[in-house]
Each structure stands twice: as C-alpha cells, then as structure tokens.
Design a protein around this ligand. Structure first.
Ligand code: ADP
Ligand code: MG
Length: 656
C-alpha cells in the first residue's frame, strides 16, 4: 500500500509510525447533524441548514492568508452567508443541487458559516466524528486516511481482549468497535463501540496499578528516620503546622520506616501547604544519610522550591542543590561531584534523571504536581536508586473511596484543611473584554502595596484572544509611570524568568502579566488580585490552579474572570468557579460540562484521564472492571495471562 507525500506528512504530525497506528487517532467528539428549525433560530446559536446557493461567491482578502467569502443562501428563508478563509470555494456546478450549511446564526438573516457541504444532509449521514486538527490538517484528509487504514489494517482482526470478558460485558469485537468509532453507522452502534473502548481503558489501568503493587520491595535498607530530627525545623517555621500537616508527616515517617518500599500520594487542594511537609520529610532522610530528589514540572517552580528549601532547612544549606537544563556546564560538573559523594537534596526538573546524574544513596524521590510527568519519566528517576521510596504530590484531593480505586498502589494522605490564617477569595465573572469596571479596585490594591497577577491564554497575538505581550505593552503605556509591571511567559529565557519572578516575590514588581506558567505552584502570598483574560479558553481545573496563586495570606483576595464569549455554556462553566473552591468538585464539574474527549482540561486536574472513559460518570464501570482485572491477574488461563503480559509491556514502553 502506498501513501502520498501529503499522507506521510500527516502521519508524522500525529506521531504515528504506520498507517495502522493512525487508527488510534480517535475523534475528539461526534457532531450530530440535525436540520435547524428555521422558525426558531436564536442569535448566536449553531445552525444546520439545507438549501441552495443563489448568488455568486465573492471573496475579499483582508490580511495575509485571511479572506472572507460572501454569498446568498436560500432555504425556507434567505440568508446572507460569510465564511472565513475559504477563498477557494466555488458555487456548485448544478445550481439546483441542494447543499448543507453549518455555522452560527446572526439575527436577523445572517449566517457565519464554518462548513459548507455540496450535498444535502441525507447524503451526509447524521453522526460526524470530529478529529483533533494538528497544524491545520483538513478534516477530510484525516477521514480519508482513516478510511484507508480501516480497509488495510488486518491485525485488528486479532482481538486482544479475552473472550470471556467480551462475553460478560457483551462487547463488540475489536474490528467492529474500531470501525464504529471512526465511521459510526448509528448512535446505538457508536455507543457499543465506546463501551468497548471504556472497558479496555479501565482494565488496562487497573492491571497496571495492580502490577505496580507487585513491584514493591519487602526488604529495603532500613531508613531509621527519627521524628526528633525535624523538631528544630518545625520550631523555626514562622507558623505552626496544621493538624493535617502533622498527621501527614506522622504517616509518612511511619511508612518510610517500614521494611517495605513506601509509596505515598500527598494530596491537598492548592495552598494547603504540601511543600513544607515534603521538605520536612526530605530533611529526615538526609539526616539519616540518604539523598532526596525533588522533581517539579517547571524551572520557575524549581527555583522557588530551592529558595524555600534553603530558607526552611537552613542547617542543610550546603547540601541543597538545584539542577535544571539551564544549569551551566561548569557549575553542573562540580555539583554532580557533590551529589555523588554526599547525601543531598537535589531539586530540579527533568534534568534530575539525566544519565550523568548519580545520587549518593538515593532514598526518596518526591514528585510535585505528579500528573505532569509520565510513568516513564517517574520511573527513570526512581531507578536512579535502589528500593527508593516515593512521595507523589497532587493538587486535586480525591474522595477516599475514589482514591482507593484510582491509586490502589499508593498510600493516599490528604491535607483536608488549609492553614487557618487565610483570608477569603472571591471570584467574579466580568462580561466583555477588559477590566475597566474593576480598575479602581486594582489601583487601590497596588496602593496598599499588595500585588496583582494579570493572566492571558496566549503569549503572542492570534487575532482572537488577548496575549501577554500586547496586554503588557498596553498596561505599561497606561500605568508604567505609576508602578512596576513585569512580564512572564514560557518563551523567555530561564534566567529572565527567574529574574522577573524574584522581582515579583520581593514586591519590586506590583503587577505581573503572565501566561499560565504561574499555574503550577508559584507562591507569592502578598499577591491578592488576579485578572484572567479570556477565561473561557481555560479548563476549569487550570483556572482553579491559577486562582490558587492568590489567597495565600490573611488578606482577602479577589479573582476576576474576564469572559468575552457570548456562549451561555461558558458562563455556566465559569459560574462553577464562583460557587466552589473545592478542586475535586471543580474537576468533576469540568468533566461533566466538557464531556469526554476533551482531555486537556482534565489532565491539568491531576485526575487520571482516559480517552473515552470518565471516572465520574462511568464510576460503576470503574468499580466493576477493577474486580475483573483482579480476577484476570489471578487466573491461570493462557489467554488471560497473554492479555496481562501485553498490557504490562505496553505500559512499560519508553522505560529503559
Ligand atoms: P501547595 O499545597 O499548593 O503546594 P504550598 O506548599 O505552596 O501549597 O503552601 C502555600 C503557602 O502556605 C506557602 O506560602 C506556605 O509558606 C504557607 N503555609 C504552609 N503551611 C502553613 C501553615 N501551617 N500555616 C500558615 N501558612 C502555611
Ligand atoms: Mg505546590
């Protein structure tokens, strides 16, 4: 079978090695096409109309690579249609040919079209898979690749799921399910296909988790941690630990001192004070002669933790290091020598598991914001030592019953209550495009010497949303003489980023314009206002994490969500944040309102994410499949064992 150059390019874009791999590029969602009722069209809502193009098509180019095409479209009524960046469209050869128009209705008789099909709706079918479009790959190219793959990939005839599982869950076989996921014949068949994918996802998840439990070592080197060793640290803190923090430390010490390798998940909502717990534990390990690696997802966070660690564990100063990809080679060389020869606390990003890094008796690995790392990355760090204990940290506390299923391989420790010294955090949604309505509050905040975050969804302009660069330029023009304004985004050099963040931390900058790079972990308690532009473009969990940057002191804080979207669903979503401060509740609502397939928002939440299954709405299936997985793991049947081996091999891919 031969592929065109174009098709090869698409494979590359989707990171697929072969055409058959392309079958696992699944639809993000399915659009159900139903004709709109023309007597009840609502301004701003989606419409699907069937009718005739009754004028010529006129295109205007208004910027580089930007065009708009206009024509008249007659259904029951007559509409003026605009469609963007489709200058190549032509009128149908046969003017009496019915076409289908999809887009947004604008009162009184306009349609902003997104798609035009030269076919009537009946010929189009009613269920339409919508795929993730990478680098502007046209949907029709993806669909034709999928069609080709479905026709040539024979290996999908071998069904990996054991036959008794298929029977007891009444599932479609693999080939049928694959066909219906991509080319659903009816809603009923599609639902059956989705069920099959959900069951596989859950089974694989449970098998991997159970397999992790089997890897636990029962006779590791004794740690002999003493809780007395951390007394001076706790006494020198500027606050007292909450009861939850004390309990957590107690549990973590106890687990570490067992002969079994410890694996704990410390979960607590943003601002619950996980860092100090991790640092106290780290201190005890080093005191007992073991090294500790603390891995975080961003360099900004690494620096911040490093500074906190140096301040908090000041007796250890010479044994605390920061290692990232921008550590200078000369410094790195000296540092690596130290790290190899003495018990150290090494804080850093992915650089912590580079080949040339060797730890001195690595006893504990701490992974902050654990969901930001893949299994393979975590494993590579853990494999730097022998029988290493692991502490993972997550900012979305999950209810106990759910946690015991999802994290059955870890001891889940929860910080339920935040430190008591916290002022309130209010959240307001602002309609429109700017924060002029609350400008007074922002200026007063700065006059009180408190600080403000201004968050954008983009670094540079894309014509639709506000970007960090343009917002920064505008604010600087308007207020640059009155107070200091800083800019922070992912494309800046690390040195620059740290400089800006340090200036913000020490209140030399009053207002920080930033992208969501501050989302994870940044801790500047004096910041009490946050303005988020284009809030509708963020996942709810991301917004919750962002909002967690304020409300970190006794002062009261306000988060303003600017929403330019007219879509009622966007207001409904943002209202969840106004009403709730519970990270899990917010993540669950996000799941419900966004529906499956939309993985990005979910990934930020730290809940395990699946392409098809949904841990909230498919909870019963989650429980049922756990039972099945346990049975399969205990079974002597050859087919069952083969399936399990295959699942485990799959999960270990990428780990050397
Ligand atoms: P998170 O759990 O989101 O990682 P952090 O560890 O960053 O939270 O802590 C948030 C803030 O709370 C930090 O400024 C920290 O110094 C402070 N903090 C931690 N524990 C306490 C406590 N017991 N009392 C008061 N403040 C605390
Ligand atoms: Mg944190």
């Amino acid at each position: 079978m031969t592929l065109t150059k174009n098709q090869m390019d698409i494979l590359k874009k989707y990171e697929c090695a072969t055409l058959c791999d392309f079958l696992s590029v699944y639809p993000l969602r399915y659009d159900i096409y139903e004709l709109s009722d023309e007597t009840h069209l609502v301004d701003g809502q989606s419409v699907i109309l069937e009718g005739y193009i009754t004028s010529s098509l006129k295109s205007v180019h208004y910027a580089k690579n930007k065009s708009v095409t206009h024509f008249t479209f007659d259904a029951m009524k007559s509409y003026r249609v605009s469609i963007f960046n489709r200058h190549y469209l032509k009128a149908p050869q046969d003017p009496l040919r019915k076409v289908t128009l999809i887009g947004k209705y604008k009162h009184p008789n306009q349609v902003i079209a997104s798609t035009l099909y030269y076919q009537p709706l009946v010929e189009l079918g009613s269920i339409h898979p919508i795929y993730p479009l990478k680098d502007k790959t046209p949907l029709r190219s993806i669909k034709s690749m999928i069609a080709k793959a479905l026709s040539v990939c024979q290996n999908y005839n071998h069904d990996p799921l054991p036959i008794d599982v298929i029977q007891s869950y009444q599932l479609m076989n693999q080939a049928e399910a694959m066909k219906n996921i991509h080319q659903p014949e009816s809603l009923q068949e599609l639902m059956k296909a989705i069920l099959r994918f959900k069951v596989s996802e859950f089974l694989e998840y449970h098998i991997q988790i159970q397999n992790n439990r089997l890897r636990v070592v029962h006779s590791k080197q004794q740690r002999h941690l003493s809780s007395d060793s951390i007394t001076p640290i706790i006494q020198s803190l500027p606050y007292t630990l909450t009861l939850d923090q004390q309990d957590a430390l107690h549990t973590l010490f106890h687990d570490s001192n067992q002969p079994v390798t410890a694996s704990a998940l410390l979960q607590g909502d943003v601002g619950s004070g996980k860092t100090v717990v991790a640092l106290c534990l780290a201190y005890a390990y080093i005191h007992a002669g073991f090294s500790v690696a603390l891995m975080v997802p961003t360099e900004v966070l690494a620096y911040q933790h490093f500074e906190t660690a140096v301040k908090t564990l000041n007796g250890l100063k010479d044994n605390i290091f920061i290692l990232t990809s921008s550590t200078k080679p000369s410094e790195r060389k000296i540092m690596l020598e130290y790290i190899k020869s003495q018990p150290s606390l090494v804080i850093g990003t992915h650089a912590l598991f580079s080949d040339d890094v060797h730890y001195n008796r690595l006893g504990l690995v701490i992974i902050d914001e654990q969901h930001r790392f893949g299994v393979a990355q975590r494993m590579r760090l853990i494999q730097k030592g022998i029988d290493v204990d692991v502490l993972s940290m997550s900012a979305t506390p999950i209810p106990r019953t759910l946690a015991s299923v999802l994290f059955a391989d870890m001891n889940v420790v929860t910080l339920q209550n935040k430190p008591l010294n916290r002022g309130s955090v209010q959240t307001h949604v602002i309609e429109g495009n700017s924060f002029t309505t609350v400008l007074d509050d922002i200026l007063e905040t700065i006059q009180r010497k408190e600080q403000v975050y201004v968050i954008t969804s983009l670094i540079e302009d894309d014509g639709e949303s506000r970007s960090a660069m343009s917002v920064y330029a505008n604010l600087k023009k308007a207020f640059g003489k009155q107070f200091e304004i800083g800019l922070l985004h992912g494309k800046m050099k690390n040195e620059e980023k740290n400089k800006v963040l340090n200036a913000f931390t020490s209140n030399k900058i009053a207002m920080l314009v930033s992208t969501s790079v501050v989302e994870v972990g940044v801790d500047v308690p004096n910041a009490t206002r946050m303005i988020i532009y284009d809030a509708h473009r963020f996942g709810l969990s991301s917004l919750h994490q962002l909002r967690g940057r304020i409300g970190r002191s006794e002062k009261s804080s306000i988060c303003y969500l600017i929403n330019p979207s007219q879509d009622p669903l966007s207001f409904q979503r943002l209202q969840v944040l106004v009403d709730s401060h519970d990270g899990f509740e917010i993540a669950s609502q996000d799941l419900k309102l966004r529906g499956p397939g939309d993985l990005i928002g979910l990934k930020q939440s730290g809940l395990p994410s699946f392409q098809f299954a949904n841990i909230i709405s498919d909870y019963d299936l989650l429980i049922k499949t756990k039972q099945t997985a346990l049975e399969l793991l205990q079974s002597q049947s050859k087919q069952h064992q083969e399936y399990i081996t295959q699942v485990i091999e799959q999960s270990l891919k990428g780990i050397d």
